[in-house]
Write a protein that binds this ligand. Structure first.
Ligand code: TMP
Length: 212
């Protein structure tokens, strides 16, 4: 994308069962009450083609893909999502809130599966270019708590949840390292608290960082 976006791009990240969907609905409501046009979207998915790729990624046995193949699929879905949904919405002046973005690839495929970080950064450059989120909120909670919550709403999308607890431990540590390395963009939110407290922390972060 060559033009500067008129809207803002906010991403929510975190492990399984962190409560991202609930918090995105709350944040969307809040921003709309402030008069912003808001598009809530998700990855993998968020556009018709990307949703087709999502099915390949989140269903079936864990050993279906290796980490590199997964990274390629996530970046293919991401590019379609950006071109079809995110960039047009930002151009219209909307605020876009995405349930997961590229930090999930660094955390899951990079820290989780051990895919080389330089390769992931290269793929980012190819699929996304220089575009970055304006703000990334990382919802952090212990792995067991998150997996317990996720199991309660389990449908057919069990592929990632079925991976070992130590995989999810590496993912959690990965997100925290990403936040430490990029404090201008990322804020870690303690997601063990109740819905109201987490929503208040997110609203405060958006106000301080983006003035909304
Ligand atoms: P969700 O459960 O938050 O909808 O996400 C679907 C799964 O996809 C989740 O287990 C995390 C995983 N994922 C990756 O492994 N890499 C990525 O780049 C993204 C966006 C998601």
């Amino acid at each position: 994308m060559t033009d500067l976006p008129a809207g803002r791009f906010i991403t929510l990240e975190g492990g399984e069962g962190a409560g991202k969907s609930t918090q995105i609905a709350r944040l969307k409501d809040k921003l709309e009450r402030l008069g912003h046009a808001v598009v809530a979207t998700r990855e993998p998915g968020g556009a018709p083609g990307a949703e087709m790729v999502r099915k390949l990624l989140v269903e079936g046995p864990a050993e279906r893909w290796d980490g590199t193949t997964e990274a390629l699929l996530h970046f293919a879905a991401r590019r379609d999502h950006l071109r079809s949904t995110v960039w047009p919405a930002l151009k219209r002046g909307a605020w876009v809130i995405s349930d997961r973005f590229a930090d999930s690839t660094i955390a899951y495929q990079g820290y989780g599966y051990g895919v080389d970080r330089r390769m992931l950064d290269k793929l980012y450059g190819i699929a996304v270019g220089d575009f970055r989120p304006d703000l990334t909120l990382i919802l952090d909670l212990p792995v067991e708590t998150g997996l317990g919550r996720a199991a309660a709403r389990r449908g057919s999308e069990t592929r990632y949840e079925s991976l070992a607890v130590d995989f999810h431990g590496r993912v959690r540590a990965g997100f925290l390292e990403i936040a430490t390395a990029d404090p201008g963009r990322c804020i870690v939110i303690d997601a063990t608290r109740d819905i109201e407290a987490v929503a208040a922390a997110i609203a405060a972060a958006v106000r301080v960082r983006l003035g909304a």
